[in-house]
Design a binder for this molecule. Structure first.
Ligand SMILES: Nc1ncnc2c1ncn2[C@@H]1O[C@H](COP(=O)(O)OP(=O)(O)OP(=O)(O)O)[C@@H](O)[C@H]1O
Length: 251
């Protein structure tokens, strides 16, 4: 059984039909990167998987449970899914450690000593042990994003969603976040990653999906999808992102 199964997912905002029937699975331990042009619906797809958005049609099934079902226990379903956003969304008035313990104590009802132990272990995983008492404003963007990753990991998710986790970072800080993500992938974490970092997709992903116009146009192993895409839409997109100086011929 796939860890996540998405069936015929549709999502509209008013008359804007953003997701137009997505069928997609993520297997346990798999790293899947979703690439595609701006506005193609990548973030909306992740937000539907995490139920930050309610799809109008279709199902998201996590470990056999349909989390779009009204009777599903939403909090329990969400706990299985960690999400890292483009903006780090840390609480500015809480320390690094507190940012990583607050949901553990309030949502999972862990004792504060246990929450702190789990948080420290995850801060060590992202290389930030020495920053536990710092506040977000005292950290670089790359460090803040690594705290956001440690915070999500501290909830013991079955699946981690990443929505363009390096897009808000200065270029010199991108590498440290990708290194942490690469390590998680090697540790066997199941990850669904929306990214423009093609080198990461090529080197780390087990599978890459190209999304355009609210559908998955094609998907496959990175060498195939990036190296030898079947669809012209994919080739056009890849030409643009792999060679930003490329100018499409007009007329
Ligand atoms: N909460 C919302 N309300 C209204 N429209 C929305 C909302 N969220 C997304 N949209 C619209 O849905 C479409 C797809 O947006 P989405 O952010 O999913 O695309 P994307 O592929 O992630 O783009 P980008 O790479 O620029 O982040 C856009 O037209 C966007 O304006």
């Amino acid at each position: 059984m796939a860890l996540v199964e998405i069936k015929n997912l549709h999502k509209s905002f008013g008359s804007n039909h953003v997701l137009r029937g997505i069928d997609f699975t993520v297997e346990q331990g798999e790293v899947v990167c979703v690439i595609g042009p701006s506005g193609s619906g990548k973030s909306t797809l992740l937000r539907c998987v995490n139920l930050l958005e309610q799809p109008q049609e279709g199902q998201v099934i996590v470990r056999g449970e349909d989390i779009t079902d009204r009777d599903c226990h939403l909090d329990a379903a969400r706990q299985q899914i960690g999400m890292v956003f483009q903006q780090f969304n840390l609480f500015p008035h809480l320390t690094v450690l507190q940012n990583c313990t607050v949901a553990q104590t309030t949502v999972l009802k862990r004792k504060s000593s246990e929450a702190a132990r789990v948080a420290r272990a995850n801060l060590e995983r992202v290389g930030l042990t020495e920053k536990v008492t710092a506040y977000p404003a005292q950290l670089s963007g790359g460090q803040q994003q690594r705290v956001a990753i440690a915070r999500a990991l501290s909830m013991d998710p079955a699946l981690m969603l990443f929505d363009e986790p390096t897009s808000a970072l200065d270029p010199e800080l991108v590498g440290e976040v990708l290194t942490v993500m690469r390590k998680l992938a090697l540790d066997g974490m199941t990850m669904l990653v929306v990214t423009h970092e093609m080198a990461f997709a090529r080197e780390v992903a087990d599978r890459v999906a190209f999304m355009d116009g609210g559908v998955i146009v094609e998907q496959g192993p990175p060498a195939e999808l990036i190296g030898n895409p079947a669809h012209e839409r994919t080739r056009t997109f890849l030409r643009r992102v792999l060679d930003p100086t490329h100018v499409e011929p007009t007329g």
